[in-house]
Design a protein around this ligand. Structure first.
Ligand SMILES: *Cc1c(COP(=O)(O)O)cnc(C)c1O
Length: 437
């Protein structure tokens, strides 16, 4: 045993502490071995978090954030200084002209629909140059017919798929851009696919190419899960709008609901008019007492993302050592907090998710089962024992039950919780006879 495993008088040692949670000595030893090889990767993650913590603090100081900014507002929420200051903090941190950060934006899908529907008019065309978008956007766009879709409003859609190696198909993109192309939507994170996620540098190249083909085209990045994974953002490399959810990275685990859109002022103003009403725009929107959690969550977000990425790297390290295909690999650079693990069977997906659930601080006794879910085409299994319902910056795992039976593992407000979740997944896989250690 290493020194750090020595018993401290009166307290359990590491093995005993984990045994009490149901983790066998075998799993902990395996975890220790995997972690010994990940020092360099963890140091890189620490360096990114340090820079991002400084960026967030600088934006808050520049805007002279003070305690009155946390005051609740009700009704119309006119002259809500706390809300306006928070939006300026987001805009400054992401080097954008303007931002909309609101509890009235109910989720990431809503934020994306808002940004699209506010900036696309009948006769316009939307292009995705990175293949199929996130599952829930299929109904937003109207790829799968749905009430209120962009297609119903006369907005057409085109898609250029990625090349087999996951890179951009520039010829196909050039061919897809035409006189109707108004807005280009680029999903940064892999979502429920096993393609790689894109770096900010790659997004910059893609945006530059699209603007070369059509200078006035609007480039929007679905930034979900990407915030604070790098020290630059898509807005630094030409994105006109970035869009995300507050129950993912930028909410830092504290924001209880909400979404954001940052970018060019004229585009964000249109989003505000769409969210409330023309003429009213961004002037209304009560904060309902949520602002402190938004500020404080944004302050914590860089270190929460750091914990989540460490959990993802650790998961990749464990499962690649066991012979599973993982995207990305434990030594690859990270551009989002998602770890895909191809488990190859329905049974393994269930065992993995049961492990994540059993490690949770909330609802640890629940048993995840595959079930149909609104917005998704296949059955989905989800594990989450979160303080905020559905929050995926908190430790969670999910995936559609379809080949290649990949689970998407993400989140972890603390590194030690993320670590416990991964070890518990190994424990359940071991107990089900699906792996050997
Ligand atoms: C989560 C996510 C969305 C949708 O966000 P919801 O909050 O689940 O509606 C869209 N795009 C990507 C890439 C996401 O990860």
């Amino acid at each position: 045993m290493n020194d750090f495993n020595k018993t401290i008088p009166g307290g359990p040692d590491r093995y005993e502490a984990y045994r009490r949670l149901g983790i066998s000595d075998k799993v902990l030893s395996f975890a220790d071995t995997v972690l010994q090889g990940l020092d360099k990767e963890f140091a890189r993650v620490d360096a990114v978090a340090e820079v991002n913590q400084a960026r967030v603090i600088a934006a808050m100081q520049k805007n002279r954030v003070n305690v009155t900014h946390f005051n609740p507002s009700t009704g119309y929420g006119n002259d809500d200084e706390g809300r306006e200051t928070l939006e300026q903090v987001y805009a400054d941190c992401f080097h954008a002209e303007s931002a909309l950060v609101r509890p009235q934006i109910t989720c990431g899908t809503h934020a994306l629909y808002l940004a699209l529907s506010a900036n696309l008019l009948p006769g316009d065309e939307l292009l995705s140059p990175v293949g199929a978008p996130y599952d829930t956007l299929e109904e937003v766009i109207g790829i799968r017919p749905s009430v209120g879709s962009l297609a119903e409003y006369g907005v057409t859609y085109r898609q250029a798929d990625l090349l087999p190696d996951g890179s951009f198909d520039y010829d196909a993109i050039r061919a897809a851009i035409n006189e109707k192309t108004k807005l280009i939507t680029i999903q940064r994170s892999k979502g429920y696919a096993t393609r790689p996620s894109f770096s900010v540098a790659q997004l910059g190249q893609l945006i530059a190419f699209c603007k070369q083909c059509k200078p006035d085209v609007i480039c929007m990045v679905d930034n979900c899960y990407g915030e604070f994974t790098e020290t630059a953002d898509p807005t630094d490399v030409g994105a006109d709008m970035i869009v995300g959810s507050l129950i993912k990275n930028p909410g830092g685990g504290l924001a209880t609901t909400g979404g954001y859109i940052c970018g060019r002022k004229d585009l964000i103003d249109r989003c505000a008019c769409r969210l409330s009403a023309p003429g009213v725009g961004r002037e209304v929107g009560a904060n309902m007492g949520l602002l402190q959690s938004f500020y404080q969550g944004f302050f914590l977000a860089p270190t929460v993302v750091q914990s989540a990425i460490k959990g993802a790297i650790f998961a990749a390290g464990c499962y690649e050592k066991l012979g599973f295909r993982v995207v990305p690999g434990s030594r690859e650079e990270r551009h989002d907090i998602i770890q895909a693990i191809e488990l190859g069977s329905r049974e393994a997906m269930i065992a993995f998710c049961r492990g994540i659930q059993a490690a949770a601080p909330v609802d640890s006794y629940a048993t995840p089962v595959p079930s149909p879910m609104a917005g998704y085409e296949s059955e989905v299994i989800m594990a989450a024992g979160a303080f905020n319902q559905g929050s995926s910056i908190e430790l969670s795992a999910d995936g559609p039950i379809r080949a290649p039976y990949a689970v998407y593992f993400q989140g972890g407000l603390t590194w030690y919780h993320a670590k416990l979740g991964v070890m518990m997944s190994l424990q359940k896989m071991l107990e089900a006879g699906l792996i050997q250690l």
